[in-house]
Design a protein around this ligand. Structure first.
Ligand SMILES: [Zn+2]
Length: 269
């Protein structure tokens, strides 16, 4: 799947989940909290592809993510790819093939998802608002890249970086400061998980079972069979999948926001 589809699926899942909690569990979020959670989940849904270093062809989604913050994120991607490859070789069994690139290995596993979610939560708990502003800055950048890919491409990484900084600062200034922010860690973790699921419907698959050894393989790639797998960049992905995800996001957002807007105008539903 390409970057924008990943980001959209993160946003759609977060909005739908929030709508369900609002409807059935009486758990309400402020519009700001909702917007922040959605952006962070959309950014988190791109995070696992930060294991694609800049050498790949420009059309592939991962390279988009790696260019979010210019050379800085390109460097991070390079490091992440090398660490992933290191972990691959450190844990590989006899039937696992050799590889010379770490893409779609460590960052596409469930332990990684849990670690990232937990790490984000721990950072927010330890450093409060300052951790939040840093994480938001990073995640907003990824979300902008993913959700507004054409704009981001035209604007370039400097504008994307400035826009993320502004969004992070605005949130920082308006967020109540007297508590932890467990939802941010959850949004990052959910985003990563949604990314893995998205890659699972493609042909190459992901090592979702790692580290469970199966038939002398630690890195069993799980994906759909060729005949029904989603082809990256195909019409099905760009038109159908993104159309459905956008519709779900809009419906959930309207469902969440409309009642309070109507109430403001004294209309009860
Ligand atoms: Zn991926």
């Amino acid at each position: 799947m390409m970057g924008p589809s990943h980001a959209l699926s993160g946003a759609a899942v977060w909005l739908t989940g929030s709508w369900a909690l609002d409807q059935f569990a009486d758990y309400h979020q402020s519009p700001l909290a909702l917007a922040v959670g959605t952006a962070v989940c959309a950014g988190g849904a791109l995070f696992p592809d930060l294991d694609l270093s800049g050498k790949v062809t420009r059309n592939q989604g991962g390279a988009t993510v790696a260019r979010t913050f210019g050379v800085v994120s390109l460097f991070v991607a390079e490091v992440m790819e090398k660490i992933s490859l290191g972990v691959y070789y450190a844990t590989k069994l006899s039937k696992d093939p050799r590889r010379n690139n770490g893409h779609r290995t460590l960052t596409h596993t469930i332990p990684f998802t849990v670690l990232v979610g937990w790490g984000t939560t721990a950072l927010c708990a330890a450093y409060g608002k300052w951790a939040v502003v840093g994480i938001l800055f990073f995640m907003f950048g990824l979300a902008l890249r993913g959700l507004f890919d054409r704009w981001a491409e035209r604007a370039g990484w400097v504008i994307v970086t400035l826009a993320s900084a502004a969004a992070a600062w605005f949130t920082f200034a308006n967020l109540p400061g007297d508590r932890g922010y467990p939802l941010i860690g959850l949004a990052v973790g959910v985003g990563c998980f949604v990314h893995i699921l998205g890659d699972m419907i493609t042909r190459a698959g992901v090592p979702i079972l790692w580290p469970i050894p199966i038939k002398r393989r630690m890195w069993t790639m799980v994906g759909l069979p060729n005949s029904i797998a989603l082809r990256t960049g195909s019409k099905t992905e760009v038109v159908v999948l993104r159309g459905v995800l956008t519709a779900i996001s809009v419906l959930a957002a309207v469902g969440l926001v409309a009642p309070s807007v109507l109430r403001k105008f004294n209309i009860e539903i």
